[in-house]
Structure formats: C-alpha cells, structure tokens
Design a protein. Structure first.
Ligand code: AMP
Ligand code: MG
Length: 483
C-alpha cells in the first residue's frame, strides 16, 4: 500500500466521541473499479499506477483500508428545507485525512459504504447513477474553476440496492478540504456545551483559517470570512447557471467548497425561477433564490457563534447581525462585477446594471439559452444563432457595443476576459442522462468522453458542438436527491 504514498492521519478522529462514531466501511461483495481520477490523484501526490485493478477495487470500496486511517462517521445536524433535524454521515465514512507534499490536508471519504449510527431508516448505500452523476458534476465544477469537493474514484459494489426498483450499488471516493458544515456547528451548538463548541471552533480555525488565529475577535472574523467565501461561491454558481438544488445548512461547507451533488443541475434556457429538484415544490432553492438562502444559512451559522463573539449576548447579536446584513451589498457588488466580466466590461459605468438586467430579461422572455448567449457574444458558432436576429437583442447589442467602446481597450482584451469566465460547455442535462444510461449498461466510453471535455470548459476545441446544444425539454427536467 505504501507504493501509493498515502499519508494518513485523522485529526477529527481524535476529537471526543460527541463529534463522531468510530466505524469501518461495511465490506462489499464484488467490488469493481470503474472510474479513477488519475489527474486528481497526482495532484494529491498519490500514485496508483503500480496497483492492480483488483487491488484498487478493494481500496476504493473500503474492503481494504490504508494504514493510519481511523475511519469515522461524522455527526452533524441541519436545517432541511427550513426544518431543524439531527443528521450525520448516514452513508458516508471518512477514512482519514491525507496530507500532500506541500502540506495540504484533504479528507478522503467513501460515500455509500454502509450503515452508520446516523443512517436512520436508510441502508447506508448509494446507487451507481447518482455516484457517477456526482463525479461528473463535481469534476465539471472543478473545471469551471469553482471551489468544490472532488471525486477520486467510483467502484461498483457488485451488490444491488433497493430503491423504487433494484439498482446497482456503488461507492464514490470524495475528496474535500474538510467535511465541516454549517450543520456541524449547529449540532454542537445545540448540545450547549461551551467546551465542545470551543473545540470545533479551534479545530476549524486551525484547519481552514489560520490567518485569524491571533485576531481580537476570532469568531466574528470567522463569520465574516465565511460570508465572503459563500458569497463568492454563489456568485460563481450564478455565473455558470448552476443550481445546487438542496442548499440545506448541512450542505454548506465551512471551507467554502460546493458539496453534496444530489439534485443539482445546470440551467439551459434562462429563467430565474428554474428548479430541477423533484422535492422542491415551493422553489425554495430555485436559481434566483440561491443568494437569499446562502444568507439564511449564514444566519444559522452566526447563531452558533454567538457565545464566542462576545460575553455580552446583546452585543454579540448586534455584531453578528451587522456582519450578516453586509451580505447583500457584498453579493450585489460581486454579482455585478461578475456579470461585467461575462460581458467584457472594464471599469464601472452607471448604465452597467441595466445593461446586464436587460439582457437577462430578454433571455427570459424569449427563452434563450444562458450559456450559449455568451458564446454568441464571444463570436463562437452556436446552433441557435437565429435567436440572435431578434430585433430587441440587436438593439441591446448596439448599447453593449457602445459600452464596450468605453473600455478603452482592444477587442482582444475584452474577449480574453469574457473567455475566462464564460464556459463553452457545461454538463447539459440530456447529455448527463445519456452517459449515465450508457454507464448503467456497462458502456463507460460516453462518460469518459464527457469528463474529458468538461475538464477544460473554457478552451476552444474541435468536436464540442454536440455538447453545446440546449437540452430540448429542459423545463421538464427533474432531478432527485439520489439516495
Ligand atoms: P443528503 O440529502 O445527501 O444531504 O442527505 C441527508 C441525510 O440523509 C444525511 O444525513 C445522509 O447521510 C442521509 N442519507 C442519505 N442517503 C442515505 C442512505 N441511503 N442511507 C442512510 N442515510 C442516508
Ligand atoms: Mg448532505
């Protein structure tokens, strides 16, 4: 096993038993490795090249654990669709923290590896389709330069699991800066033991925010830093039309990475109210609600930190409220700057906001593809170019070009900016479904091809046009939590 270069410890394992359950993955019958992310492995200084497929299958199913791993299931709680519940890793097991040569620490976690103390009525297992879907979308997010947990491997377990029908079981290896969530803080805060809260807090600062170790008010600083990171994250999601789908507080990380790829999907035609998740009947987690929900979740985080912000509770609430209220302005500014980048606008002009909003309104009214509109503006050939013959669009374009002339720079320069933020390809819903279907029938070629294309979504490449087509019935597309 040492050939692999695992460098394991598990600092979370060392915390007291309130934080986790010590548990091993439950072995599976007949594991078979089907995807291994060699690029991610080498960026973690891991080398699987000398290991046989049979051995790799054992490793990534948890049938054989690396030396030094002290596996655990983490305890956490969370607001699910606004309701507070006890949760925890019901089907995930953290096998340890791997430290790279450059001293970066990553959680290595198996998802779908059997029941834990937190499984409630679940079987602790995962189906192949949803694990492959998480692999595709998380790696696509990484390609898009958006902070995210990563996917290192998928194995089929050789066991079937029962959902509405019988499905092939699978285990995904997830890599993350950590799995500490807003919900982890909520769980500990609800226990009302200040020493435990202090332990989690110090652990978090040491692991993620050492820069505020010596500050005067670490708790307030942590809150402000997370507000900023989550704000950046949601702005990035909005940039590419990503809809997380289940922004419960347990699915918001303290590291600022996107986590939990369940019912998420990318928007095709622009509609701010887009919801794909079959269970989100009220549209709580719709595209346009994501910043509002991020602020709501951050408020839940702020509540957990109150005892650490100031001994005087009123003072603490006042400081936390002020921090939370800064979210909107921060978001608005970052969002507008992001949209300026998408349109190649340098500097800031009073007219920018209405220029952006008018384009979005046009896309909405005429049901135009969000991603492809920016491709068109960057002079790329796209399928539905006749959409852009529309008179309202042509008039808008004249205003845009006038505004571009105020950049005082060359088209090369603004096109370079646009090309750095506007993807040419995103994981289109119908294509994701297609490749998952094929993979379920043992044909892995299409998923591998898609993964390869999604690695560099900003790069101009031959043969990507079939991946750029707006999903034909996107407004009817439904996603599921994937349990
Ligand atoms: P999620 O919707 O993935 O955020 O999961 C919400 C909660 O349900 C978490 O505590 C999960 O660990 C748990 N859970 C999801 N699927 C299963 C399963 N198949 N068995 C046990 N627990 C599960
Ligand atoms: Mg979750």
């Amino acid at each position: 096993m040492n050939k692999i270069n695992w460098n394991f410890e598990n600092t979370y394992f060392n915390l007291s038993k309130s934080f986790k359950e010590d548990i091993k993955p439950i072995p599976v019958k007949n594991p078979e490795l089907i995807l291994l992310n060699n690029e991610l492995a080498s960026s973690l200084n891991l080398d699987f090249s000398k290991i046989s497929n049979k051995e790799l299958s054992k490793i990534f199913s948890g049938n054989s654990l690396p030396e030094g791993s002290n596996s655990i299931a983490q305890a956490y709680a969370g607001h699910q669709f606004g309701h507070f519940t006890m949760l925890g890793d019901g089907r995930a097991i953290l096998i340890g923290e791997h430290t790279t040569k450059s001293n970066k620490k990553f959680d290595i976690q198996f998802k779908g590896s059997g029941k834990t103390a937190f499984s409630r009525n679940g079987d602790g297992r995962a189906a192949l389709g949803p694990m492959l879907r998480e692999y595709i979308i998380s790696e696509a997010m990484n390609g898009l330069n958006i902070p995210t947990t990563r996917s290192l491997a998928v194995v089929k377990t050789g066991e079937n699991i029962q959902r509405e029908t019988s499905l092939q079981g699978a285990i995904l290896t997830r890599v993350a800066l950590s799995h500490i969530r807003v919900g982890t803080f909520q769980y500990i805060a609800a226990r009302q033991k200040e020493d435990e809260l202090k332990t989690l807090f110090n652990y978090t600062i040491n692991r993620h925010y050492p820069e505020i170790k010596n500050s005067n008010n670490q708790a307030l600083d942590l809150l402000n830093l997370l507000i900023d990171r989550q704000c950046n994250l949601v702005v990035n999601w909005m940039r590419v039309g990503f809809i997380h789908g289940v922004m419960n507080t347990d699915n918001m990380t303290i590291s600022g990475e996107t986590i939990d790829y369940g019912p998420c999907a990318f928007m095709d035609t622009y509609d701010p109210k887009t919801v794909f998740s079959s269970i989100d009947k009220m549209g709580r987690y719709a595209y346009c609600n994501q910043p509002i929900i991020a602020k709501w979740n951050l408020s839940r985080f702020a509540e957990c930190l109150i005892p650490l912000i100031d001994k005087d509770q009123n003072k603490a609430i006042e400081l936390a409220t002020e921090a939370i209220n800064s979210f909107e302005k921060n978001y608005q500014e970052k969002w507008l700057n992001m949209m300026r980048d998408k349109l190649g606008l340098f500097g800031s002009e009073d007219e920018d906001k209405s220029l952006v909003l008018d384009l979005l309104t046009w896309m909405h009214q005429k049901k135009i593809d969000y991603t492809n509109t920016f491709c068109y503006l960057m002079n790329f050939k796209i399928q539905n170019s006749k959409d852009f013959k529309d008179l309202d669009f042509q008039n808008w374009k004249i205003r845009w070009q006038k505004r571009l002339s105020k950049n005082n720079n060359t088209p090369e320069k603004y096109l370079k900016l646009m090309r750095s933020v506007n993807p040419l390809v995103i994981p289109r819903n119908h294509i994701v479904e297609e490749v998952l279907n094929e993979a379920n029938q043992d044909n892995l070629k299409p998923i591998k091809k898609l993964l390869n294309i999604l690695k560099s979504p900003y790069a101009e490449k031959k043969n990507i046009s079939e991946y750029q087509i707006s999903s034909p019935s996107s407004d009817k597309y439904q996603t599921f939590c994937g349990t």
